[in-house]
Ligand binder design. Structure first.
Ligand code: ADP
Length: 594
């Protein structure tokens, strides 16, 4: 198991986590102390019982005087043991939280640095599970190993030594019976754990259904699927109920049987011990010590068998967490050259670019693509769906690296430039479905430039045609937009997204089907904002509706990952190729004006 001391705070996270090593060693010492006291306690109990037995036989002497010493020693041992237990549990829970906290921060920081391709291949739910459940599991196992594991192991060794010293014969008897019982118990236990895992997975499945339905409640409502979804959920819940009931019966049988077995061991020990007592090989106190020590051994062995399963689970959870924590992205988030602002013109060149997505390496999305976006000009990419238009934008953002060929900005290869500077300051990106965060309008716009002043935010909103509607809200710029911006209309969301892109005053602007999800009225307002935003910048427009790109300086028609033709709207129409065909098809698809 990885030591918690090996965890380093995430680079740049700023989370200065105190080293959990010293509390761990203190916790270890306290747990060891508590365990050793537990070994000592049965012997003292025996001593006290001997005093009581002597009194019972003699019915004379000063009982109080004789009993006081062992009783007081026992009492102080009990108190000391309580204190040590309190101490190590407090320390362990503090260490556990520190370990879990630094693991979560390090993992989250590592996840945020991963390539976009990593997120294509990994489900978000899986990542969230690693951040939550897996870290929790690892923490619990770590705490259990330190507390229970150490304590139980010490108690087993210590108490066995005491048992042997008290009565080698009785110990021999116990050694015959106990391992087979503990083995049987461990077997049943592992069967029950398997059942419990199944039940948990079923609960997770039911939760998954609820999560998906609640997360997409609008789609469910739109299709009037509430009853059907409820049925699906009910089936999953019933299945998990059945599994949990079966688990309950298993636990009941196990506990009932182990009660009988444990009591039989006590009975057997008293029975056999009685014979030794009669032969004066053992005192009453020794028998008492033996009974308590053997119970301690049984409890400790049971603990260790439970712990074993927990350790296996904890280790695999830890391995899952560390797997992502140590993953290095192909493209680091920052580092590399920056073009000084006075030299930055915004000329983009794709030269012989071929590309396949890492998740589908056999399928070439772009083939030998060459394309120039002159500074300050608007270039539109059109073409059939799936032709690779958005992929061009993704390569420009350096979400992926080209498989072949180069992409340059003002003559510098993108690979040599600082990605955080490129994305944070040079390129503004506006997509079809703008994603807003569940905070205020102000903060959403400031997301484009964290240090922006209020005045800069207002100016960006004005340029994006958004200032008017934002101010019409009772809370103005402090309006909370709701989870993923659900409280806003599509056009409003899009205009906030435009303001967010404009606030960083980018040299290059990418508009990926930015108006295609809007109704005609919203499209007009948003298009107006986009036209204004485009002025003076290099703009790459990816368009589905051809009507929005007729004014572009250059139109590139992309088909099957290749440039099929290029030219202005008039040139391409005249040529009568694929573009003219697309225009004709789109005109047919448009509903007749009434
Ligand atoms: P367009 O924007 O022209 O509709 P895209 O660039 O979105 O086309 O997609 C081009 C091709 O790449 C499609 O076949 C699509 O299925 C595939 N594709 C898009 N994104 C990914 C991805 N993240 N992983 C794997 N394949 C993808």
């Amino acid at each position: 198991m990885g030591t918690p001391g090996g965890l380093v705070p995430a680079p740049g996270s700023g989370a200065a986590c105190p080293s959990p090593l010293s509390p761990v060693s203190s916790a270890l010492q306290l747990a060891l102390g508590a365990a050793l006291l537990n070994v000592r306690i049965p012997l003292l109990l025996g001593e006290l019982v001997d005093v009581v037995a002597r009194q019972a036989m003699r019915r004379a002497g000063d009982y109080l005087r004789e009993a006081r010493r062992p009783a007081m020693r026992l009492l102080s041992l009990y108190s000391l043991q309580g204190l040590l237990t309190f101490g190590y549990i407090v320390l362990l829970s503090r260490v556990g939280e520190q370990v879990a906290g630094s693991m979560r921060t390090a993992l989250f920081s590592s996840l945020l640095r991963q390539d976009v391709a990593f997120f294509d291949a990994t489900r978000t739910g899986q990542l969230v599970t690693r951040l939550t459940a897996d870290v929790q599991e690892f923490k619990s196992s770590f705490k259990l190993v330190v507390s229970q594991g150490l304590r139980s192991a010490t108690q087993i060794v210590g108490c066995f030594a005491s048992l042997y010293l008290l009565s080698p014969k009785l110990t021999g008897l116990l050694l015959v019976v106990m391992p087979s019982l503990v083995g049987a118990g461990a077997l049943v236990g592992s069967f029950l754990r398997g059942l419990s895992r199944q039940a948990q997975e079923q609960v997770a499945k039911a939760t998954g259904v609820a999560d998906e339905v609640l997360g997409n409640v609008r789609t469910v409502r739109a299709f009037a699927m509430e009853d059907r979804q409820l049925e699906v959920y009910c089936t999953e819940v019933q299945r998990s109920g059945q599994l949990n009931e079966r688990l309950g019966v298993g636990i009941a049988v196990f506990q009932g049987l182990s009660n009988v077995v444990l009591n039989c061991i006590v009975l057997g020990t008293i029975f056999a011990g009685g014979a030794l007592l009669a032969g004066e090989e053992l005192s009453a106190g020794d028998l008492m010590s033996f009974l308590v020590a053997s119970q301690t051994v049984q409890r400790s062995m049971a603990n260790i068998s439970v712990l074993f399963g927990q350790v296996v689970r904890g280790l695999s959870a830890g391995a899952r967490v560390f797997e992502f924590m140590t993953l290095e992205p192909a493209v680091p988030l920052c580092g590399g050259a920056r073009i000084p602002s006075h030299a930055l013109r915004g000329c983009i060149c794709f030269q012989g670019v071929s590309f396949s997505y890492p998740t589908r390496p056999g399928y070439q999305v772009l083939r030998d693509l060459s394309l120039t976006l002159p500074p300050g000009k608007t270039v539109a990419i059109v073409g059939p769906s799936g032709g690779g238009k958005s992929t061009v934008a993704a390569l420009l953002e350096r979400f992926y690296e080209p498989t072949q060929g180069t992409v340059t900005l003002d003559g510098c290869e993108l690979g040599s430039l600082d990605p955080s500077w490129l994305r944070g300051q040079v390129i503004g990106f506006i997509s079809q479905e703008p994603v807003l965060f569940g905070t205020t309008v102000m903060e959403n716009i400031r997301f484009g430039k964290p240090g922006a002043s209020d005045a800069e935010v207002y100016a960006a909103a004005r340029r994006a045609n958004a200032d008017g509607f934002i101010r019409s809200f009772p809370e103005g710029y402090d309006t909370i937009v709701g989870e993923r911006g659900v409280t806003l209309s599509g056009g409003q969301k899009q205009r906030i997204a435009i303001a967010r892109a404009l606030v960083k005053d980018p040299v290059v602007l990418i508009l990926d089907e930015a108006t295609s999800a809007l109704d005609a009225e919203s499209e007009r307002v948003v298009q107006e904002a986009l036209d204004r935003a485009a002025a003076g910048r290099t703009v790459l427009v990816i368009a589905h509706r051809l009507s929005t790109v007729q004014g572009a300086d250059l139109i590139v028609v992309l088909d099957g990952g290749r440039v099929a033709e290029t030219g202005t709207h008039a040139e391409l129409l005249r040529r009568g190729g694929l573009y003219a065909e697309l225009i004709r098809r789109q005109a047919q698809e448009q509903p007749e004006p009434r």
